[in-house]
Design a protein around this ligand. Structure first.
Ligand code: TK8
Length: 333
């Protein structure tokens, strides 16, 4: 009798996942660049838990952080070839493959996170995701790295001019490079996975990243000065190998899509909630922190204005206009 009841309960409450769904045993190698103790690490773990739960334990996500599977571009290639299933990384590292992604690196494109969310999750963000399949990738969602701020080991930057001559590591694309060249820095493109050592050995003076990333990457150990500049908003993108994706059932794809959306909401919330504390922790760790005054931000904006022209030339006026129209919609609300 007891057995019968248990069996009946299983039919009623038992997860549809393990009974009716077309789900196979799957191992998902999910690579990312930051340390395990980071917003990226936490969100990948949340994704893993959701996928395992929704698949009745059949789909297992193996999270591999700290660029142990290589820098973003190497992981992208592994996804295209089918040697790795998933990753999360900067949209900036996709620009070499799909130039349109460079639009997100435009300096001062978004004024706040609300604008970024609306545009990235809206039709233009979707349009860019739609360019990935023909390159062998599936883009599920955008996560947030966040607004970027400048650190260096040489001097506190209190004016736009102070950036001149600093050797600053930038992300590996023309937009990020052009932005720092425009303000007179000696900009050096480099993979993120090489950055800590480059800062430590003083191969470069500085870098720029959001507070949470500066903290979780322990850059405070090798950088004395942090200047709040918010010069650009950096998205991350969750990618899947198309080669592997095409072997999945519709149910399996849905499990991944749903978990990706949940992980996006979790990750953005986590990043926003921990950002102010990260800044506080960086101060406690001994960093000299200053906010670049509005008048100097205005100069930074002005000096880097030509970068937008370069972006337009590369992505096309119509895509640029679409993005601007989406931003205007949010600003109008
Ligand atoms: C980490 C990278 C990094 C990015 C960069 O995966 O390269 O500076 O901002 O956070 O995506």
């Amino acid at each position: 009798m007891k057995r019968l009841i248990t069996a009946a309960a299983f039919v009623v409450f038992g997860t549809v996942a393990s009974v009716a769904q077309d789900v196979q045993t799957r191992l998902i190698r999910f690579g990312y660049g930051l340390n395990e103790d980071s917003v990226q690490g936490r969100a990948v773990r949340k994704f893993a838990e959701d996928v395992e739960k929704a698949s009745g334990g059949k789909m297992t996500v193996r999270a591999i952080g700290a660029a142990a599977l290589g820098p973003d571009t190497q992981m992208q290639n592994a996804l295209v070839g089918g040697a790795q299933e998933m990753m999360v990384g900067s949209t900036a590292t996709l620009v070499g493959t799909i130039k349109e992604f460079g639009i997100w690196d435009t300096p001062f494109l978004f004024n706040n996170e609300k604008e970024a969310d609306a545009v990235l999750d809206g039709p233009v963000g979707e349009k860019l995701l739609g360019m990935l399949p023909e390159k062998g990738l599936i883009g599920l969602v955008y996560w947030e790295n966040g607004f970027r701020n400048l650190t260096n080991s040489r001097r506190q930057v209190s004016s736009a001019e102070d950036i001149q001559g600093l050797k600053v590591r930038v992300m590996q694309n023309q937009v990020a490079l052009g932005t720092f060249q425009a303000v007179g820095a000696n900009a050096v493109p480099m993979a993120f996975s090489e950055l800590f050592t480059a800062l430590e050995t003083k191969a470069v003076d500085g870098q720029e990243n959001p507070f949470t990333t500066i903290l979780s990457s322990k850059f405070y150990e090798v950088q004395n000065y942090l200047t709040v500049t918010n010069h650009m908003y950096s998205p991350w993108i969750v990618l899947v190998s198309k080669k592997w994706w095409d072997t999945l059932s519709a149910d399996e794809q849905k499990i991944l899509k749903d978990a990706a959306v949940a992980s996006r909401d979790f990750e953005r919330k986590d990043n926003r909630e921990t950002s102010a504390k990260a800044l506080d922790d960086l101060k406690k760790a001994g960093m000299d922190i200053a906010v670049l005054p509005d008048t100097e931000i205005a100069k930074f904006r002005e000096m880097s204005k030509s970068v937008a022209d370069g972006v337009i030339a590369s992505v096309g006026q119509s895509l640029w206009d679409e993005v601007q129209a989406e931003i205007a919609k949010v600003r109008g609300k």
